[in-house]
Ligand binder design. Structure first.
Ligand code: LLP
Length: 463
């Protein structure tokens, strides 16, 4: 996650020693298009619009807090990934970032495949009509019941994550009289430059089977020996919110090396490799994400080069971007409730949501941007911390940012780039009601995940 120390801003500047914030933008009314979805703009009165609709209208119709998802941006990003990788590769959207039936339909229409990692995601995918052969099933501890359902449905691949699972999937497939297409997830031993909790390719963690000590080679031996399995390839996912391509290159090289070893030992050339997801997006103006075509070129160049030197046929590549597709397409709209200037420190701006709709700041120290969106303002920038309404002082949405000093209760503020891992990690902490997701496109807005109600809470409480 980006961190930067900049000269302090004009207010509260003298006492702030941490310096984890950027200088205020020259004009707080100007939206940095890097962090906002593509159809976001300000109308003549200064209100932010998305898909041609003003936030005032959206707030009136759907309430706050709410996530507004720019559907045409989502679709455009799907197409950009599919075009960048072309017909000889496969793009699997990682549903854990955000999944709903509408999203599944968009993916299907735009030609993407889908990675699911639980029975719930699998059900959503199948219910919304994603063809099973376009689904990959992930997870480090899939239950027997989940594996049964995946095999019965005929998912395109199951990504095996442990020795127990190799045997479980083989037995279940045999019982169903099928050979299940599988990949083996390997940990390649790369230290990805990201938060510890979202790095997944170093050896000391729960995912995958290690390459380094020969475990992965042993897993391949077992998978090849079992009738119920059709081993189509090897999978590696090194972590999330990564900007530096070096980790992916090392990972691709090691995976290709393993394919060469498999060829030498077993005389088979596995036809596919999956390099996972994890590509970073812009949460603040300081983040510089790569475009899908640059990523596709970097990955395919390295795989082609490594395969040439190992005299291997180039395998079909697949990737699993989640955040990079949905992350930038949504913002969370909040209403300002209370404003507390703490003399000599900073101003706390409380909104009507918080860690229940965005846990990422508390969990990963994630950085976000924020803007006043119901109007423009010529007031001086003031250093703020945007906090939620939960009973916890770590309930922070945006740790350090600048908003105009005339900010007032009732103003609408929006936090961009909340499309990934915000609604999907939302909770009912303090019996908060999880916000709706509203898709906006060409002047029309429609709820795709409705707001939770107090009846929803009580329905589960059967005591
Ligand atoms: N493939 C696999 C096997 C994964 O485990 C993940 C993410 C992805 C693909 C998609 O990664 P993405 O492109 O979205 O970075 N909750 C954390 C992120 C956890 C990611 C877990 N796996 C966050 O909010 O940053």
């Amino acid at each position: 996650m980006s961190r930067s120390a900049h000269p302090a801003g004009p207010r509260h500047a003298d006492v702030l020693t941490e310096g984890h914030y950027s200088a205020p933008a020259a004009d707080l009314n100007v939206l940095d298009e890097k962090v906002w979805s593509r159809t976001v703009t300000r109308d003549a009165d200064g209100a932010l619009t998305v898909g041609g609709i003003t936030v005032a209208r959206l707030a009136e119709e759907f309430g706050t807090p709410a996530y507004f998802l720019d559907e045409s941006d989502f679709r455009a990003r799907c197409r950009a990934w599919a075009d960048a990788f072309g017909p000889d590769a496969d793009v699997f959207y990682a549903g854990k970032a955000f999944l709903s039936r509408a999203v599944v339909r968009w993916l299907k229409e735009e030609g993407l495949n889908l990675d699911v990692c639980s029975g719930g995601e699998l059900t959503t995918a199948l219910d919304a009509g994603m063809p099973a052969e376009r689904i990959a099933f992930h997870g480090n501890n899939k239950t027997v019941a989940e594996i049964e359902r995946a095999v019965e449905a005929g998912v395109g691949r199951i990504v095996l994550d442990s020795f127990q699972e190799i045997v479980r999937v083989a037995h279940i497939a045999q019982r169903h009289g099928v050979r299940q297409r599988v990949q083996i997830r390997v940990t390649v031993g790369v230290e990805a430059h990201t938060h510890e909790f979202i790095a997944t390719a170093h050896e000391d963690q729960k995912f995958g089977i290690a390459l380094a000590d020969g475990q992965a080679a042993e897993a391949v031996r077992r998978a090849l020996s079992l009738d119920g399995l059709d081993l189509i390839g090897v999978h590696s996912h090194i972590g999330s919110q990564i900007f530096d391509m070096a980790g992916f290159e090392v990972s691709a090289r090691r995976v290709v090396q393993l394919l060469a070893e498999i060829r030498d030992e077993h005389g088979v050339e596995l036809p596919e490799i999956d390099l996972g997801g994890g590509l970073g997006i812009a949460y603040t103006s300081e983040d510089d994400p790569r475009e899908p075509h640059e990523i596709a070129k970097a990955l395919s160049d390295i795989v082609t080069r490594e395969c040439e030197s190992a005299k291997l046929r180039t395998p079909r590549i697949s990737v699993e971007p989640g955040r990079a597709i949905v992350g930038p397409t949504a913002f969370t709209l909040y209403e300002v409730g209370t404003i507390k200037p703490l003399e000599g420190l900073r101003t706390y701006v409380s909104v009507d949501g918080g860690m229940s709709d965005n846990i990422r700041t508390a969990l990963y120290d994630a950085e976000y941007s924020v803007a006043l969106v119901s109007r423009t303002s010529d007031a001086e920038p003031m250093l703020v911390r945007v906090v939620g309404k939960h009973c916890e002082s770590g309930d922070i949405v945006v740790k350090d940012a600048f908003l105009p000093a005339d900010l007032a209760p009732g103003d609408l503020i929006a936090v961009p780039a909340t499309g990934a891992y915000c609604r999907s990690m939302a909770s009912n902490y303090n019996h908060a009601l999880r916000p709706p997701v509203v898709a906006v496109r060409d002047g029309e807005a429609r709820v795709i995940v409705r707001r939770e109600t107090e009846e929803d809470l009580l329905r589960l409480d059967v005591g």
